[in-house]
Design a protein around this ligand. Sequence first.
Ligand SMILES: NC(=O)c1ccc[n+]([C@@H]2O[C@H](COP(=O)([O-])OP(=O)(O)OC[C@H]3O[C@@H](n4cnc5c(N)ncnc54)[C@H](O)[C@@H]3O)[C@@H](O)[C@H]2O)c1
Length: 423
Amino acid sequence: MGESRRDFLRKIAIAGAGAAMVANPFGQAFAAGGNKKVRIAVIGTGGRGRLLLEHLLIIIKEGGNCEISAICDNYQPSLDMAVKLCVKYKSKVNTFSDYRKLLKDNVPDGVVIATPLHQHAHITIDSMNAGIHVLVEKSMARTLDDVKAMYDVHKQTGSVLMVGHQRLFSKRYLNAMDRIHKGELGEIGQVRAYWHRNKNWRRKVPKDKPELERQINWRLYKEYSAGLLTELMSHQLQVANWALEQVPVSVTGTGSIRYWNDGREVNDNIAAIFSYADGTQFIYDSMTSNKKYGCEEQIMGHKATMELETNKLILEKPPKPKPAPGIAQLISDIKKDTFQSIPVGGASWAPETALKYNGEPIYNSQKGDGTKEELLGFVDCIRQGKNIDWVTAEGYNTSIWSLLTEQAIDTGQKLTMPEKYII
Ligand SMILES: NC(=O)c1ccc[n+]([C@@H]2O[C@H](COP(=O)([O-])OP(=O)(O)OC[C@H]3O[C@@H](n4cnc5c(N)ncnc54)[C@H](O)[C@@H]3O)[C@@H](O)[C@H]2O)c1
């Protein structure tokens, strides 16, 4: 029922051969066509939920054979903004404030869940128990037991379970991983990644409703979120595991509230080191009071480095630069001994500053970050009643290790994965 990593990559690669011809870079691999109109509901129409909804509306507009069966949010302003979006795309939509009522009365084929982290597990489990397929945003859940429970119910019910790691569906990342796994970078010694920002990460709370602070700024409170670990690091840990084709064996870390002393409970800067069985490390840091280095994943082999966010392949032995035309002429003239003296001014050549070697692009035809392809993939999985098991496992392992990192930071211990969470 599942599909192996190699099969998946091969299918994407084959579809990619004709990619320039079609708007969807995955060609037939993920096309929302087919006979059955797949009915999708979006639960949680905040920032991310509306972005996912808009991608779906575009897919429908482009002729994808799916429809938005309903949208749901328990905060009226979020629901209103999502309705506006549907109106913009001339799509009629059913609205719900209670997801249980949506599951019962609307019975979609699949739900896209983009609620805050602590609201993922029960909605996912209730949906799968109702026979509905799920694409849930990363990370999977707030607790290790909830992550495992979601996975177990997925296995019991056979419902598709995808976790919102859109890089898994990005043409650039797929191309890069194929090349990494074929050995183009050589032996990978380390993966390094970081995500640095210089902002407080706060959302505006209506002045007349200060009681909404924790609900709106859920990312900043430990009851609802593990902060930078589940929100940002999870994406990059998934990339590291994917590149290395392994999950870590241990993690250690540190973190603090160093700068934004504004009542938040989650760390505003963190650092973690993951070890893998073959001796490789993944070294990670994230801070929110300096953005100079931005966001990057660096896969470092003995032959080359790939910097995936900025699309660069940097060889350890850079290709020798071709001499500039003027220099080439000078060399040729010297060889032919045609100079009496070196001309000064008015010459047909000019010395050029040596170019700093910045590498070359990994892949140039990527539009977007993979989110649209992720949704196309979800619709296709539903239509075919087929889960992509390794994609589910990537989301699962990343979620578990992100939460273990939180424990490692909080306790100052080096942690391994408890047996009961191994799948
Ligand atoms: N994949 C990515 O790149 C990416 C990017 C941003 C956010 N996310 C993820 O998306 C999720 C949502 O993040 P966000 O930034 O949109 O948050 P948000 O706070 O903007 O939106 C969450 C929405 O869920 C609603 N909600 C809460 N509980 C609900 C419930 N029981 N039923 C229905 N609606 C409910 C809230 O009212 C709110 O409108 C998080 O898990 C986050 O990690 C993923």
